[in-house]
Design a binder for this molecule. Structure first.
Ligand code: SF4
Length: 297
């Protein structure tokens, strides 16, 4: 088995065990495999998860890439720019891998994978649950009625996918009948979202809906309690797929209702608007240009 196959098998066994014992995913240490060696020692795992030292990741093909310290030259001089890296990850690579991905059962029923779209250096990343029928047909996120409402909501606080916002989902392929994504689907697909967050480096994350918020915050608390309050999104390395290469940094993450919930029940509109205002205030704290552009709104 390759390292990736071993990793996926281990994850699947973890998930099956959690489901049978508790019905919910429990935090646990991640076991890291290499193609030509036994699982890494705890020290090696710590290096991969960023605990206890500079991050160094060893890929299955044996290559080594560094995390936030990537700008440090081989001689350790942080002023030495790193040479161009042809193997560097990009949003285009992620999107291409999503489109041909067959890591979980959703590939069998999707029409198109939906990687996400928007600004490459966004102020905000919006994370929804999964594509619906319109998104599955078009390959683009949030393009149905809920998506059009989301665009209007974002525009009301000076955000758009054309300018300063990126929109993606926790799961990149449509679950049949719009059912909730299953835990193993979320874990497998989470690798793509993790890479997108690493590349995008958004100043804030808006989680639209229960599945998105619970996944990103690793909790089973309901969206009614989670919404409207910022929580730090940071690396902890205990859930494969959701550990950005920035263990010290935290991205402010705000859960809110999914736009489709607002279409079903008008009563959600007022709290959702309160959440948007909170996001606007947070972004204004973090970005002077945005603060100027939205002053007086
Ligand atoms: S949902 Fe994600 S993991 Fe599953 S096939 Fe689609 S892209 Fe791959």
């Amino acid at each position: 088995m390759t390292a990736d196959e071993k990793s996926r098998a281990a994850l699947f066994l973890d998930l099956a065990s959690d489901y049978l014992l508790d019905g919910y995913r429990r935090p646990r240490a991640r076991v890291v495999f290499e193609d030509s060696a036994a699982p890494l020692s705890p020290a090696g795992t710590a290096a991969l998860t960023g605990e206890g030292g500079p991050e160094t990741r060893r890929k299955a093909d044996g290559q080594v890439r560094t995390g936030p310290d990537a700008g440090t030259g081989e001689n350790g001089d942080s002023r030495t720019p790193a040479p161009p890296d042809d193997n560097a990850d990009t949003l285009e690579k992620v999107a291409e891998e999503v489109r041909r991905c067959d890591m979980c059962r959703l590939c069998e029923t999707r029409t198109r994978g939906v990687p996400g779209e928007g600004a490459a250096s966004p102020l905000a990343l919006v994370v929804g649950e999964a594509p619906g029928a319109d998104e599955d047909a078009s390959g683009r996120p949030f393009v149905g009625k809920a998506g059009q409402l989301l665009d209007r909501m974002l525009a009301s606080i000076g955000l758009s996918r054309q300018k300063n916002c990126f929109i993606a989902n926790v799961v990149k392929c449509r679950p049949p009948g719009n059912r909730d994504p299953m835990p193993d689907e979320i874990v497998f697909c989470g690798r793509f979202l993790r890479r997108q967050i690493e590349l995008l480096k958004p100043k804030a994350i808006l989680c639209a809906g229960r599945i998105s918020a619970q996944t990103m915050l690793r909790t089973s608390t309901g969206i009614g309690k989670l919404r409207g309050r910022f929580a730090p999104y940071r690396a902890e390395g205990d859930l494969d797929g959701f550990a950005p290469d920035n263990p010290d940094g935290a991205i402010p993450l705000l859960p809110t209702y999914h736009p489709s919930a607002l279409l079903r029940d008008e009563g959600y509109k007022r709290p959702a608007w309160e959440d948007l205002k909170a996001l606007r205030a947070k972004l204004a704290e973090l970005d002077a240009d945005y603060a100027r552009e939205t002053a007086g709104q």
